[in-house]
Design a protein around this ligand. Structure first.
Ligand code: AMP
Length: 217
């Protein structure tokens, strides 16, 4: 059981880290930091950071460690992280994990747990390529299991439904390869630190959330 709520959500793309973050935020007042969301917002704003990140994201590759770690470090120093935080999609490499420790130490924080969302590659590919979302509110749908009522319009806000460019089959495969090569070593890394909590993400969202709540209750 985790006493405080400074969490890392670790897992392959498509494991549902974003969806479960959203569900947890409806129950817990903690701060959600998704590095992927930050990059997508920067791309939308056409900032220098966004332009640089886009090249990597479109190829399914990782943005360089120093860039992401610096960005997360300044985010973690903000006051809204005092109430606890979810780091969703960071760290993704061993150097990022080391950089995270250093950044946490700088702002006087520590990690309470790393939640590992496990799923097999076949399931992930199926999920990633069927994932669509709302341009306006960000709500995530699945074309097969949870489609919007009208394929082109969000049920909640009438925003336009689109597919992330990096969810195409080829890029999704590249992202999974990158995950296995660069991110999966973090499982052992955090296991050794006694911080890892394993959750099966191949079940209904409500069951994944229930498992998570048991761990962090
Ligand atoms: P996500 O929404 O978490 O799947 O992230 C989308 C993309 O943003 C990834 O495929 C990477 O290109 C980039 N990205 C997000 N987080 C990181 C990270 N911690 N390190 C490097 N690149 C990242």
């Amino acid at each position: 059981m985790i006493k405080k709520k400074n969490l890392v959500f670790l897992g392959p793309p498509g494991a549902g880290k974003g969806t479960i973050s959203e569900a947890l935020l409806a129950k817990e007042d903690i701060t959600h930091i998704s590095t992927g969301d930050i990059f997508r917002a920067e791309i939308k704003a056409q900032s220098e950071l966004g332009k640089m990140a886009k090249d990597y994201i479109d190829k399914g590759q990782l943005v360089p460690d120093e860039v992401v770690a610096g960005m997360v470090g300044s985010r973690l120093a903000q006051d809204d992280c005092d109430k606890g935080f979810i780091l969703d999609g960071f760290p993704r490499t061993l150097p990022q994990a080391e950089m995270l420790s250093a950044e946490l130490e700088k702002c006087g924080r520590s990690l309470d747990g790393v939640i590992y969302f496990a799923a097999a590659d076949e399931v992930l590919l199926e999920r990633l390529t069927a994932r669509v979302l709302c341009k306006k509110c960000g709500k995530v749908y699945n074309k097969i299991f949870m489609p919007p009522k009208n394929a082109e319009v969000c049920d909640d806000c009438n925003g336009e439904i689109y597919q992330r460019s990096d969810d195409s089959l080829d890029t999704a495969k590249d992202r999974l390869k990158v995950y296995h090569e660069q991110t999966s070593p973090l499982i052992e890394y955090y296991k050794k630190q006694d911080l890892l909590f394993d959750i099966n993400s191949v079940q209904d969202k409500a069951d994944v959330l229930a498992d998570l709540l048991k761990v962090i209750a």
